[in-house]
Ligand binder design. Structure first.
Ligand SMILES: Nc1nc2c(ncn2[C@@H]2O[C@H](COP(=O)(O)OP(=O)(O)O)[C@@H](O)[C@H]2O)c(=O)[nH]1
Ligand SMILES: [Mg+2]
Length: 443
């Protein structure tokens, strides 16, 4: 679980933060904790071993960077290493120079292949592409019904593989390419058979599709929630079929952070996208550095900003994010933030992106449902601009006025102010994000 990994690493960081210098002893203890945290998060033990060795040798090399405290150094090294393992930079999907590009999806049943076909097609639309969806499963021709339904929902073209066509698979696939080319579709997104277990039959079928279509991308779709199982099957698909990239699904759930690290290490193939929900817009470009930060518990502020930007004015979102990481955050900003949160959807989704132990933890404690957000907004709305700038001036009389004006009880006004001050206090304490953002990347 990301949260577990984050929580454990946070403990580690607290530990190293408190010490003035790196000594062999506290370093050993920090590494032991990092190792446990990673293992518990389902990171492959070989990956853990390599990471620990790298961190150890780099951390004890005192010349890492003079301007950093030892704690910052360990954090920086760990973050850099995680990022390096995850692939350093976001990798885009490769479109073929000569259309049509062909994306072939492989993976076990239930991993999210069919759903990801829909998501990917939807994403292609944003690139002004003209995707065509098709499903190829010799054993279960009915499997294509699901994709056909998705295509229908998204208003996208779907190519039907009838039983008659599939009687001669090679010809069916050749006709498919001709059809795609003649109609000018690009890319062709191919859903393939998935079984609960990998067997030779499945691999033979997938090889047939691969040989006939010569895909520009063979995309392994892995369910992050299945942890090491996803890692093992990724390895099998890589060995038997050969992969070019990975989509990791269900990162919205109880997903283990280790799966991402491990799949990349074991297959050597980049993660291009992550699935963060059942809906077709829940596909996010994978950013290794952000994932590393998220694993480290710093919260994925950048992803959050991106999400906010889709809904709100980009400048405003940027400004709020900047203020969030500094101290000038006022009740007015808080109100804007609440408004955006309301637009963005479920609050628990947002919480996942914020630093664990960060300012929103306490808000979560008061069960921030949409109604609560509206009430908070109403109360802030009843404040004068000066009160919003400096809530310290809000005395008993002002509280009563605000309560009356917003139609909320006084205790809720008190609660709002308490939450807000607590948030600011947490932000002041949360030097971590600042440390990280101020660290120049050494690579
Ligand atoms: N929460 C969540 N559910 C997903 C995601 N991707 C797929 N699913 C769900 O996982 C289940 C299996 O997905 P499906 O696409 O049918 O898997 P397939 O057997 O590999 O084609 C479905 O209920 C999907 O709605 C995701 O990113 N997040
Ligand atoms: Mg399917």
């Amino acid at each position: 679980m990301f949260e577990q990994l984050s929580a454990r690493l946070e403990k580690v960081l607290k530990f190293v933060r408190g010490e003035g210098t790196i000594t062999e002893k506290n370093m050993a203890e920090a590494l032991r904790m990092i190792r446990l945290a990673l293992l518990e998060a389902d990171v492959n033990y070989k990956v853990v071993k390599e990471l620990i060795e790298k961190i150890q040798s780099k951390a004890l090399d005192q010349k890492v960077m003079d301007s950093l405290t030892p704690a910052q150094q360990v954090i920086k090294i760990l973050r850099d290493e995680l990022t390096a393992v995850l692939g350093q930079e976001a990798k885009p999907l490769r479109f073929s120079g000569q259309p049509p590009s062909i994306f072939m999806m492989v993976g076990l049943q239930g991993s999210g292949k069919t759903t990801s076909c829909g998501k990917l097609a939807k994403w292609c639309l944003t690139l002004q592409k003209n995707p065509l969806l098709v499903s190829f499963d010799l054993k279960r021709p009915a499997a294509q019904d699901q994709l056909q339904m998705i295509a229908g929902q998204l208003g996208l073209p779907f190519y039907e593989m009838s039983r008659e066509k599939m009687a001669s698979p090679q010809k069916a696939l050749k006709d498919l390419i001709t059809h795609t080319r003649n109609r000018g579709y690009d890319p062709l997104i191919v859903d393939t058979a998935g079984r609960l277990h990998i067997d030779e039959d499945l691999m033979t079928e997938l090889r047939l599709v691969k040989d006939a279509l010569q895909p520009s991308e063979i995309i392994y779709v892995g369910d992050a929630m299945t942890g090491q199982d996803a890692v093992r099957s990724a390895q099998a698909f890589e060995e038997k079929i050969g992969l070019t990239s990975v989509i990791l699904t269900k990162l919205d759930g109880d997903a283990r952070g280790g799966a991402a690290l491990s799949i990349v290490t074991v297959t050597g193939k980049p993660i291009t996208f992550v699935g963060t929900g059942e809906k077709y817009d829940k596909l996010e470009v994978f950013h290794p550095d952000r994932m590393a930060s998220r694993i480290l518990g710093m919260g994925d502020i950048l992803s959050l900003i991106e999400k906010a930007e889709q809904e709100a004015d980009g400048k405003e979102a940027e400004e709020i994010a900047r203020k969030l990481s500094q101290e000038e955050f006022t009740l007015e900003d808080f109100r804007k933030q609440l408004r955006q949160i309301r637009k963005m959807g479920s609050f628990s989704q947002i919480l996942k992106h914020l630093p664990s132990g960060g300012m929103f933890k306490n808000l979560a404690g008061v069960d921030m449902d949409d109604r609560k957000i509206l009430h908070f907004e109403a109360m802030i709305g009843s404040m004068t601009p000066r009160e919003r700038e400096d809530p310290r001036i809000i005395d008993g009389r002002r509280r009563l006025r605000i309560a009356k004006g917003s139609g909320r009880p006084v205790f809720e006004v008190n609660q709002l102010l308490k939450q807000f001050l607590e948030m600011k206090r947490m932000m002041k304490k949360s030097q971590f994000k600042k440390i990280i953002s101020s660290i120049p990347r050494s690579r």
